[in-house]
Design a protein around this ligand. Structure first.
Ligand code: ADP
Ligand code: ADP
Length: 234
């Protein structure tokens, strides 16, 4: 069964220079437990698409079903609750520079009202999961890019989401660090049975970890299927 289902998604941006039709009718099904990759060139609409899944963008038309709920219909209050099911990581990590590693990961837990004791327990467990137990009192500026993304991943997992959205999560990293982050995502997918949706412009990322792939061009999905079917020549 599908954990995420996009039906007839359109997105039109209004700007000074006129309208931009960023998504032109997207249909997409992501099954629970899979790693689903969306690939395409810059401007294809990938970022807009993934931001529709947690309603950082509200689609102009269509429905976005996540875990049985149409998130385009939720009030702000309902959305806050629903977003706990959806973690996200970013190209530029988006960490709070004035907070330590520990406090960055603790942040969503504090917002959710966990006790100090539960926050401590959970952050310690997450630090171990991403391999940063010895960095808990460091600040982001003291970390490498790969370490920063590990903090981003730990923070995204804090509320035990059902899906992790990855917006060009390895695009700012060198090839070797990219490999280690993809390895971590693969392990998390297996061990936590976490569904992952990622967007990238890099074929290597798709080949490395995705089960399913959609190819985007000009606001449309032009091809979609299991990775082996899409990239194997007959
Ligand atoms: P990608 O992630 O594949 O590079 P985007 O989703 O960022 O593609 O962009 C798709 C199109 O929508 C582009 O033409 C882009 O300039 C435009 N776009 C994206 N965000 C906005 C916005 N907030 N306002 C206006 N146009 C936007
Ligand atoms: P990235 O590709 O690194 O995710 P972008 O530079 O595409 O980031 O976009 C950064 C921000 O600017 C996003 O919030 C996006 O929605 C917005 N944006 C992108 N393209 C446009 C555009 N043509 N007009 C206005 N805002 C845009």
């Amino acid at each position: 069964t599908s954990l995420i289902s996009l039906n007839g998604i359109e997105k039109i941006y209004h700007s000074q220079s006129g309208q931009i039709h960023a998504l032109r009718g997207i249909n997409l099904e992501v099954k629970a437990g899979e790693i689903f990759g969306v690939i395409g060139k810059s401007g294809a609409g990938k970022s807009t698409l993934i931001r529709c899944i947690n309603r950082l963008e509200q689609p102009t038309a269509g429905t976005v079903i996540v875990d049985g709920q149409d998130i385009t219909k939720l009030t702000e209050n309902e959305l806050r609750e629903s977003r706990k099911k959806i973690g996200m990581i970013f190209q530029h990590f988006n960490l709070l520079s004035s907070r330590t590693v520990f406090d960055n990961i603790a942040f969503p837990l504090e917002l959710a009202g966990y006790t100090k004791h539960d926050v401590e327990d959970t952050v310690v467990r997450l630090l171990k999961l991403v391999g940063l137990s010895d960095k808990r009192e460091q600040y982001p500026s003291q970390l490498s890019g790969g370490q920063k993304q590990r903090v981003g991943i730990a923070r995204a997992l804090a509320n035990r989401p059902k899906v992790l959205l990855c917006d060009e999560a390895t695009s700012a990293l060198d090839p070797q660090t990219t490999k280690s982050i993809l390895e971590l995502l693969k392990n998390i997918n297996r061990e936590l049975k976490l569904t992952i949706v990622l967007i990238t412009h890099e074929m290597q990322v798709i080949k490395e970890i995705c089960d399913q792939v959609a190819v985007m061009e000009n606001g449309l999905i032009i091809e979609q299927g299991p990775i082996l079917d899409i990239f194997t020549q007959p």
